[in-house]
Design a protein around this ligand. Structure first.
Ligand code: SF4
Length: 349
């Protein structure tokens, strides 16, 4: 049984970072949780861990809301697993959990630790007041573009269907309540009109959430960040800037976005204290040079982590072997780079 005995719980109780992942019926401890204070509830007994989110790792995230899990209350992790597997029979392979651990001595009403599994973007929602992109990445067809076609049928928007850059102005009024918000998660914000970008910023400034929020801004044209650097810096406590580098090898067949070299150079030159690189979907790379790129970013002291993942949509991409990818990931970790990800197949990240 996970979570019930042993070092793992001790590590959580002592506030150390750790991670549990399940493979073929067993649980492997090995990666990081961030630990935050939470509020207690009556009736939870000694050493019990309450799973509040369960997410399938190999495909689109399915998340049970914290409220649902809360209502079901008081089950052991195993019981939760049985219950959710019955409710969502399509779930399989590997799970990521968000759970709460209540120490043995905890009394009603006192605080306890909430432990968030951090190998994903937990509790993240996209916010799409602007939608669309013209970079035409090959792998976008089966992911964002397909997703938006579905949306277009529901909301009757032909521009969503064609993935043409456009605006859904009314969404400016409704920033998701999740603690992490991907701003323009379905599209590339560098295609957004500057006036509308300002309106997005204003909406964020006006938003007064009850919890601390992090806003992720991502583009494959990182020179774009410079236009708004003042605003980003003024809001650096809540803004992380991201670019995608699927590889270090130029491949013009894959995307019309600036080449990976241009992206890398621009991202390196970007004078901003909170950066993330997404290597997803990873493409065949030169391990020495790609690792060197990452080391240069790491040396700047502002790389929060690298997000890593294989193609999860079977787009037939030219990918590195798992062995090579593992060697690369191990090299990043040896450089002190934090690696997170999904669709990592057999890799240990
Ligand atoms: S940059 Fe992103 S949104 Fe644009 S085509 Fe590529 S994957 Fe799709």
């Amino acid at each position: 049984m996970i979570f019930s005995i042993g070092d793992h719980v001790e590590m959580i109780k002592s506030g150390q970072k750790t991670q549990t992942r399940r493979r073929a019926g067993s649980y492997i401890v090995g990666r990081s949780y961030s630990i935050q204070p939470g509020r207690g509830k009556a009736g939870i007994v000694e050493g019990r861990i309450k799973i509040t989110n369960k997410v399938k790792e190999y495909s689109t995230c399915s998340v049970i809301s914290a409220e649902d899990a809360w209502d079901e209350g008081l089950y052991t992790p195993l019981k939760f697993e049985e219950l959710y597997s019955r409710m969502y029979s399509g779930w399989f392979v590997r799970w990521a959990y968000t759970f709460e651990y209540v120490p043995r001595a905890q009394k009603k009403g006192r605080g306890f630790m909430t432990v968030y599994e951090s190998n994903m973007y937990p509790e993240t929602k996209t916010w799409n007041p602007f939608v669309g992109c013209r970079f035409d990445c090959l792998y976008c067809e089966k992911s964002f573009k397909r997703q938006l076609k579905r949306v277009s049928r529901n909301i009757g928007c032909p521009l969503c269907y064609t993935y043409t850059p456009h605006y859904h102005e009314h969404r400016l009024r409704k920033i998701p309540s999740a603690p992490n918000v991907f701003v323009v998660g379905t599209g590339d914000i560098s295609f957004c009109d500057p006036d509308f970008v300002i309106r997005i910023f204003e909406a964020i400034e006006k938003h007064k959430p009850r919890i601390e929020k992090t806003y992720f801004f991502q583009t494959k044209n990182p020179v774009w960040f410079n236009k708004y650097l003042r605003w980003f810096k003024d809001n650096q406590d809540k803004v992380i800037l991201i670019t995608t580098l699927e590889t270090n090898i130029i491949n013009r067949e894959i995307s019309k976005a600036p080449t990976v070299i241009k992206r890398f150079q621009a991202f390196c030159e970007l004078d901003y204290p909170r950066k993330v690189v997404t290597i997803e979907p990873v493409l065949e790379f030169d391990i020495n040079e790609f690792s060197y790129w990452m080391s240069l970013l790491q040396d700047q002291g502002n790389l929060e982590y690298v997000w890593f993942g294989f193609d999860s949509k079977n787009c037939g991409l030219n990918e590195p072997s798992e062995r090579k990818a593992q060697a690369f990931v191990d090299g990043l970790k040896a450089l002190g780079i934090r690696v997170r990800g999904k669709s990592v197949r057999g890799l240990i990240v």
